[in-house]
Each structure stands twice: as C-alpha cells, then as structure tokens.
Design a protein around this ligand. Structure first.
Ligand SMILES: CC(=O)N[C@H]1[C@@H](OP(=O)(O)OP(=O)(O)OC[C@H]2O[C@@H](n3ccc(=O)[nH]c3=O)[C@H](O)[C@@H]2O)O[C@H](CO)[C@@H](O)[C@@H]1O
Ligand SMILES: C=C(OP(=O)(O)O)C(=O)O
Length: 427
C-alpha cells in the first residue's frame, strides 16, 4: 500500500500529454468480445481499470496482447464463463460484459459492478434495455443472470440519461435481429467512440452523439484497429490544476471542444485559456473570482470534474456554489479539504465554498477516483507536505501520474505506508 507525498506551493509550467479516455477504453475492450477476429485498440491509457478488464477477458477464454498503450484482443476462443464475483466487483465498467456477452453468446452471469461510491448507482435502465431486446434477467445473490433464445430489436426509451445504459444496449443490440432505437440516449463523446469501433467492426449504427440512436442488427462482426479519443476528464483535471497553481501550462493531445463547459467556467473565473487545434494553454496570473457550477449530462459541466473544480474554487474570491445533479453523495472529498483549511460546507446536493483560503498540508485519504484528483490539487497548492492515501482509486483513472506532474515541476513521489498507517486505513 502506497501513499503520495506532495510538497505544495511550487508553481507548475510546461506541457502535459493526455492519454486515451478511460470511459471509452473500458467499453471498447468488452466490445471486442462481439467480434469473430482480433481487435486492436491503441492510445490505450495505462490505468488499472484497463488491466482488470484485460484479465477478465482472459477469464472468459480470450487471449490478450498488451504492449505500450496498445491491446490486441483475440475473441475467437471466448465462451460465456460466469463471472459472479472477483474482478468484476473492482470496477464500474464490468457492467459492459453484460451487454457484450449477451449480444455474442445470448447468455451471461456477471456480478454487480463496483467503481466509485458516489451514492446509489442503479443499473435498472441497462436491464430494461436487455429485457426489451428479449432477454430474461434475474438478480441472484448479487449477480445478474441474463439469457435469451434470440435477441430482437426494440424501441427503448431511457427514463434517465445514462452513459452506461446507452452503451450497454448498443453492445447487446448490434447482433440482434432487426432494428433497435434508443431514445433519450446519452450524448457523451465516449458513446460516439464506441459506436465508431462497432461500425468499423461491421455494425450499422446511426445517431450516436444525439439523443436517438438507431441500430440495425447484423449477422456477425469482424476485427479492426481503433484509436481511442483523448481523455477529456484527465485533460480537465490538468486544466484545473494549471488554473490552480500553474503559470503557463499546455495541455496537449486533447479535443478542446470536449471540454468547452470547463473552458467557459475557467474564463468566467478570470483564468486565461487559449484554445488551439489539439491543445489548450492555461495562463494563471490574475486573481480568480468565485463562480457557481451545476453538473449536467454532456455537453453540460461533467460530474467527474466537479470534485477537482471544488478544490480550485477554494482559491477564488467570494462565494461559489457547486451543485451535483447527477450523484447525490459526490462530496466525500469536502471533509478532507476542510481539514486542509478550506471554508466549505455541504447542504443537500450543493457545496458552498467561501474563498480565497490558504490551504495547509495534511494527511488525507481519497474515497474515490476524482476525490483523489481533488486532494492532489489541494496538496499541490497547500503550504507544506500533504500525504495522500487511497491511491488504488486514483490509479483507476490517471496514468503515469507522478511522471506527468514531475514533468511540470511538481515535487511529488510515492512512498510505502508504514505498518501503523496501514492498520489505520483498515480500521
Ligand atoms: C465507466 C463510466 O463510463 N463511468 C462514467 C459513467 O458512469 P455510469 O454509466 O455509471 O453513469 P450513468 O450515466 O449511467 O449515470 C447517470 C445517472 O443515472 C442514474 N442511473 C443510471 C443507470 C441506470 O440504470 N439507472 C439510473 O438511475 C445514475 O444513478 C446517475 O444518477 O457516466 C457517469 C456520468 O457521466 C460518470 O460519472 C462516470 O465516470
Ligand atoms: C465515476 C467515475 O468512474 P467509474 O464510473 O468507473 O466509477 C469517474 O471516472 O469519475
């Protein structure tokens, strides 16, 4: 068990390269199950969720070659091995094995997923979609059993706009007979990325990126090569970090259009953002003013950047209100940044931040992935040393974290936790 040691107060400068999108990668890897020949995915992020999925594909008989940022998946020998426990519980995206295995084998047994604990994260809309396609779905002791004699296209209206349900239904529908229409679909860039891979595999999909997706089922799918889009949440995290403690930071290899809502809010605060073709330059020399944000589905402000942005707002003058409309318990980082000196309180679904406050280094723990990002930013801004534990969450979504930060001039390194510290974490 490691902790991250962060010596705060050193301004950051330089260029940081952004990797491939976690939330695309974790859907693209299961999508390969649907093919009859090898699928190669590149610009793959070097994160633990990718490693876990690669192991899960091996458990169902696949062979996987993983080299530097590239994975080739051989699905020819895969079979519908039940996965009720184990690795499926360690990440959210294991739910995509349901759609992909149901689509390919017409049956699957998959344990309920893990992932960040942000309050209730039901999968009723995924199940509604599978049932509409003709599957019988039951929940037996925390595992979802799916079975169908055949899958037939259907019209499915999602009661809530869900990234996971939209992608999962696409995965189950591409090999179904006839047409499937997903209404009130999510529009995140990762959905377009998954539809692009499936289309290159031979699927017929129209409308990905809009709220109505039409899928005409095909008999079979073949392998192909696919390059993952840049991770807009990793990019956003470095942009927030640059606004918090950067002087002149270039966030490179991104699609600026995917982070428009963040750019708008940074500018509103008084941060200079220059948009270029595939990079943004963040210059931070003025006093920052507090702003209000409300998280929304894409293209609104992403919930996954809410926690890091809250930390930035502690450095802005005045009162800011952050409301998370997607998750009702995504404020577990607040108690920790308060311990570092921030003036923040949570009321219902909102955090109220009074700034600007000086932060002091402390021993803090990440309760989830983006809480980790929020505390990392706090540590880099704070006076003195911050010790951040809970790195198993952070490593799910940020590749080569220390390397990228040291490249920008940060003083940050990993250390093993002492026996006593490990005991404290367990209790
Ligand atoms: C692996 C992955 O891509 N994770 C992302 C995905 O999570 P995930 O796919 O879990 O998030 P959803 O878009 O499905 O969830 C959005 C909202 O809908 C609710 N809901 C969802 C499904 C369902 O069947 N029933 C239901 O009520 C959820 O509780 C939540 O309040 O999108 C989230 C919202 O952008 C991001 O925070 C996560 O980073
Ligand atoms: C919530 C997130 O991830 P997951 O859905 O994989 O838990 C995230 O990436 O911020």
């Amino acid at each position: 068990m490691d902790k991250l040691m962060i010596e705060g107060g050193y301004p950051l400068e330089g260029t940081v390269q952004i990797g491939g999108a976690k939330n695309s990668a974790v859907a693209l890897i299961p999508a390969a199950i649907l093919a009859d020949s090898p699928v190669t995915i590149d610009n793959l992020p070097n994160i633990s969720d990718v490693e876990l999925l690669s192991e899960l594909l091996k458990e169902i008989g696949g062979s996987v070659e993983l080299s530097d940022h590239e994975m080739t998946i051989h699905p020819e020998e895969m079979f519908s091995m039940p996965l009720p426990n184990g690795r499926v519980k360690q990440l959210r995206a294991s739910y995509y094995l349901m759609g992909a295995m149901l689509g390919k084998f017409k049956k699957a047994v998959i344990g309920l997923p893990g992932g960040c604990n942000l309050g209730p994260r039901p999968i009723d809309q995924h199940i509604k979609g599978f049932e509409a396609l003709g599957a019988k779905v039951t929940n037996e002791q925390g595992a979802i059993y799916l079975r169908a004699d055949e899958l037939k296209g259907a019209r499915i209206y999602l009661d809530v706009v869900s990234v996971g349900a939209t992608i999962n239904i696409m995965l189950a529908a591409v090999l179904a007979k006839g047409q499937t229409v997903i209404e009130n679909a999510a529009k995140e860039p990762e959905i377009i990325d998954v539809a692009t891979l499936l289309t290159n595999m031979g699927a017929k999909i129209k409308g990905a990126g809009t709220n109505v997706i039409r899928i005409d089922g095909v008999e079979s799918l073949h392998g192909c090569r696919h390059t993952i889009i840049p991770d807009r949440i990793e990019a956003g995290t470095y942009m927030i970090l640059a606004a918090a403690i950067g002087q002149k930071v270039v966030v490179d290899n991104i699609i600026p259009y995917h982070v428009e809502s963040l750019i708008a809010k940074l500018r509103e605060m008084g941060v200079n953002v220059e948009e270029r073709d595939d990079q943004v330059l963040i210059e931070n020399h003025k006093e920052k003013t507090g702003v209000d944000i409300k998280t929304l589905v894409y293209p609104g402000f992403p919930t996954d950047l809410q926690q890091p942005f809250t930390t930035l707002l502690t450095q802005a003058k005045g009162t800011s209100i952050v409301t998370d409309t997607i998750y009702n318990a995504r404020f577990k980082h607040i108690d920790e940044i308060r311990r570092m000196g921030a003036d923040v309180k949570v009321e219902g679904r909102s955090a109220i931040i009074n700034g600007a406050t000086e932060l002091q280094g402390a021993k803090v723990r990440a309760s989830d992935l983006r809480a980790g990002a929020a505390l990392l930013i706090a540590g880099l801004m704070a006076n003195g040393v911050t010790e951040l534990s809970g790195l198993e969450h952070v490593d799910r979504g940020y590749e080569n974290l220390e390397e990228k930060l040291v490249g920008l001039g940060a003083r940050i390194w990993r250390e093993q936790m002492s026996e006593e510290e490990r005991e404290q974490v367990k209790s």
